[in-house]
Every structure is written in C-alpha cells, then in structure tokens.
Design a protein around this ligand. Structure first.
Ligand code: 5GP
Length: 191
C-alpha cells in the first residue's frame, strides 16, 4: 500500500493561521503536487466555491459516504463533519504525485496510522495574540464563533509535538521556503 513515490503532506494549524495561503503557494511551487479537496457539511463562507474550497455536501450524504468507506479519514467539530475522500488521494499517490491534505489534528493522527511515511506539518502563528488579530481581521465570523475557534486552536497547537515539524508562520515567504526545504529533504531521505 505504501510503495508509492509521492509524498503525502499533511498540513494542520489553527483557523486563521494562514494555512490556505501557504497551501496555495506550495501548489504553485511544488511540481506534481495536488491538493485533496475535502468534503464538509458546513455552509460555504462568502467566496468559497463548491469543488474548490470544499465539496459542500449534506449530512445525509456524508454519513452515507462514511458507511461506504469513502473517507480516508474524517472528523467532526464545530458540529460539522469534515472528511478526506479516499479515492482521489490513493489514485494520485499511485500516480507518484505529492498529495497535500489540509486537515485537523485528529484527521492527521488517523492518516499517520494508515500512511506512516506521511509528512506531518503544523503551522502555528507567531503568538496567540496574533492569531486573535488575524481571526478578527478575517471578519467572516462573529465573536462566539471566534471564541470557539480559539479554544479549538489551543487544542490543535497542544498536539504539535505529534507532528514531524512545526513551522511558525510569521513571514509568509519564509514559511513557504521552510516547507519546501522540508519536503525536498524528505524526498532525499534526510530527516
Ligand atoms: P474551516 O471550517 O475553517 O474550513 O476548517 C475547520 C477545520 O477543519 C480546519 O482545522 C481544517 O484544517 C479542518 N479540515 C478541513 N478539511 C478536513 C478534512 O478533510 N478532515 C479533517 N479531519 N479536518 C479537516
């Protein structure tokens, strides 16, 4: 199962840390890397497109996919389900492509069980204050949701020692450079 050449790159980090931007920059610079688009039961935010940000599906469909073994992993938080469609990831790895998963810490733990050679990267903010500032700046959520996301952020960051690397997203360009170096070293077999 794990005799593919492509690397499974798992990127986690609290909401508002800038994961989305980092991932988009990585996709532009990593030749042969593809992004796994997750399924979610949460409502789309403004500007999010179905099939690009997520596949926005009903809870009923999500539960059916769980039953059919359609997810590589899934988790449930903020009262919504999030899951990685299994077929796409397995197919791309077979094709020796690198596959990027942007998923939470619970999902990452599940992936690691199935793909022990997956590269787990945690992106953290320079400080908690900075995370609060970024979440408020995003302006897509109200105060209660921001509080909820901050509590979740504390949980996510408390699990960072489980990851292969923690990358602090202070300067975006530097963050991307650091990750590219880590991926390159992994390909060369350097820990
Ligand atoms: P958001 O609602 O802000 O887009 O995402 C909330 C959280 O769900 C983030 O931590 C994000 O990384 C995580 N997430 C997104 N897709 C998946 C997935 O397929 N599986 C898991 N386990 N978490 C996901």
């Amino acid at each position: 199962m794990n005799n593919h050449k492509g690397t499974l790159i798992v990127i986690s980090g609290p909401s508002g840390v800038g994961k989305g931007t980092v991932v988009n920059m990585l996709l532009q610079r990593l030749k042969d890397a593809v992004l796994s688009v997750s399924c979610t039961t949460r409502a789309p935010r403004e500007g999010e497109k179905n099939g690009k940000s997520y596949f926005f599906i009903s809870k009923e469909t999500f539960l059916k996919m769980i039953d059919e073994g359609g997810f590589l992993e899934y988790s449930n938080h903020f009262e919504n389900y999030y899951g990685t469609p299994r077929f796409f990831v397995e197919q791309k790895l077979e094709e020796d492509k690198d596959v990027i998963l942007e998923i939470d810490v619970d999902g990452a733990a599940n992936v690691k069980k199935q793909f022990p050679d997956a590269l787990l990267l945690m992106i953290t903010p320079p400080s908690r204050e900075e995370l609060v500032r970024r979440l408020k700046l995003r302006g897509t959520e109200d105060e209660v949701l921001i509080e909820q996301r901050l509590r979740r952020a504390d949980y996510e960051m408390s699990r960072s020692n489980f990851y292969d690397y923690t990358v602090i997203n202070d300067d975006l360009e530097q963050t991307v450079e650091n990750i590219l170096k880590i991926v390159e070293n992994r390909r060369k077999g350097i820990k």
